[in-house]
Design a protein around this ligand. Structure first.
Ligand code: SF4
Length: 450
């Protein structure tokens, strides 16, 4: 039995009912066995995005409040007094503190505070501390997270258009400051986004990871992905093991997920799960392939649906790993705007470059450089005939509309200026489908006596 002792334990449980299912997942992986009662516990949900303007799809995007409350109840039963929920969501305006608080309120965290004495913090309003992660890398992490005794990491079980999957380790990105996030999307071909994410493992306290797969997402991480009701929970006291199993459940060989390859190498671990012991369901019984990439033409010059519309005279190159935060937020709406603007007449050989490393194609007539990084990387490039630059970070929606107008592409100004409204359109897909249940994102006020 000695080999069992050293194996990392992961549980896979079907979600059936409040509290019992999460409790079963935690018990099966012995997730709280070594948690002292005096511990300060930090809970990290995944609230990747929020808007207060319209209802939008949270399924498969945001950690369900159901799982958050169940975890809090288990911690309280364990005798834990000091619990803080923390998240650093990205908002279009870096100074916007109202939206994160609206998110916390809508998700029912004030009820958790009243009922269980739990605190919740927007990490962007709290101090950060520099951490040396080796290999010449340092990032600034939220101090509440860093100085906690125990972490409960609650990502959603989902794919990610850049990193293949987004699970426990990736969820830690929400504890670093905005400059550190930009740094993570590094132009360095070796120390790239996947390399950087794997280094988060160097600072995590003892932890329990629960992958919330009540809803799972293809082409995540946001509301424009394709959501499924999957009813699965994965839990482990070992974050990397939870992620390796989660990737398999989403249909990926662990060797096909670069950040997991880096993380396994960092910890001297095999990728084949030979040092993992699984309790509960078998991977094969809950696994199903979730696509992660948005489909593009073979040469990457245009999203496939736009090519199929017959769009000509435009190259809008496929996003790469260096595109970050604010540019990622505007990229989808810009593409929607272009599709809406298409009138059947070829545009004037326009090229759009994004992220930090793209280079202009010689011979293109007009080159739009989207964001400060693209402008700085290419402002003196002799291959550009007519440069149209949106220089800011965040790139201003108004300036984006002006830039495309200059290139002969009329984007609807309301689309970008009311960027907060766009997620609302994605709700239509879920209308009349009872399996997409909004109550998973609320804390029921009558459940427990206050
Ligand atoms: S301009 Fe875009 S890619 Fe550059 S740091 Fe800002 S958000 Fe990231």
């Amino acid at each position: 039995m000695e080999t069992d002792e050293v194996k990392k334990r992961v549980s896979i449980v079907r979600y059936e009912r409040p509290l019992d299912s999460v409790k079963k997942a935690v018990d099966l992986c012995r997730g709280l066995d070594h948690l002292p009662r005096s511990a300060r516990v930090f809970i990290k949900p995944n609230i990747v995005f929020w808007t207060k303007s319209v209802p939008f799809p949270k399924w498969g995007v945001i950690t369900t409040s159901r799982v958050v409350e169940d975890v809090v109840i288990l911690l309280k039963e364990h005798g834990i007094e000091n619990i803080t929920i923390g998240e650093g969501m990205v908002t279009f305006d870096p100074k916007d503190t109202e939206t994160p608080h609206h998110a916390f309120e809508s998700l029912g965290y004030p009820v958790l505070k009243k009922r269980y004495g739990v605190e919740y913090v927007n990490v962007h309003e709290r101090p950060f501390e520099k951490q040396d992660l080796g290999d010449g890398i340092s990032l600034h992490f939220n101090t509440d997270f860093l100085h906690s005794d125990f972490l409960v990491d609650l990502p959603v079980l989902k794919t990610h258009a850049q990193t293949v999957v987004s699970l426990g380790i990736k969820n830690i990105k929400g504890t670093i400051d905005i400059n550190s996030r930009k740094k993570c999307h590094s132009p360095d071909p070796v120390k790239d986004l996947n390399f950087m994410i794997s280094r988060y493992l160097k600072v995590i306290p003892p932890c329990l990871t629960i992958l919330d797969g009540i809803y799972t997402t293809e082409r995540g991480p946001g509301f424009d992905g394709k959501v499924r009701r999957s009813n699965v929970l994965v839990a482990s006291p070992d974050m990397l093991s939870a992620d390796l199993v989660g990737a398999r459940i989403l249909g990926y060989d662990t060797g096909d997920v670069p950040y997991l390859v880096h993380a396994a190498r960092l910890q001297g671990r095999p990728l084949d799960l030979s040092d993992v012991e699984i309790a509960g369901e078998r991977i094969a019984d809950v696994a199903s392939r979730h696509q992660y990439e948005f489909p593009y033409t073979e040469d990457g010059s245009l999203p496939l649906p736009m090519k199929r519309m017959g769009i000509e005279g435009l190259s809008y190159w496929k996003y790469d790993l260096t595109m970050c935060t604010y540019c990622s937020l505007v990229n989808g709406p810009v593409l929607v705007g272009i599709a809406q603007a298409w009138g059947g007449k070829a545009w004037d050989d326009v090229e759009v470059l994004t992220g930090k490393i793209m280079k202009p194609t010689p011979g293109k007539k007009k080159t739009i450089l989207l964001g400060k990084c693209m402008y700085q990387a290419n402002k003196d490039n002799p291959d550009i005939q007519e440069m149209i630059a949106v220089k800011g970070c965040p790139p201003s929606p108004k300036k984006i509309v002006e830039a495309f107008q200059k290139a002969g592409i009329s984007l609807s100004s309301t689309l970008l200026e009311q960027i907060d409204m766009l997620p609302g359109f994605f709700m239509r897909k879920y209308e009349g489908k009872p399996e997409f249940d909004e109550s998973f994102f609320k804390i029921q006020k009558g459940d427990v006596v206050d």
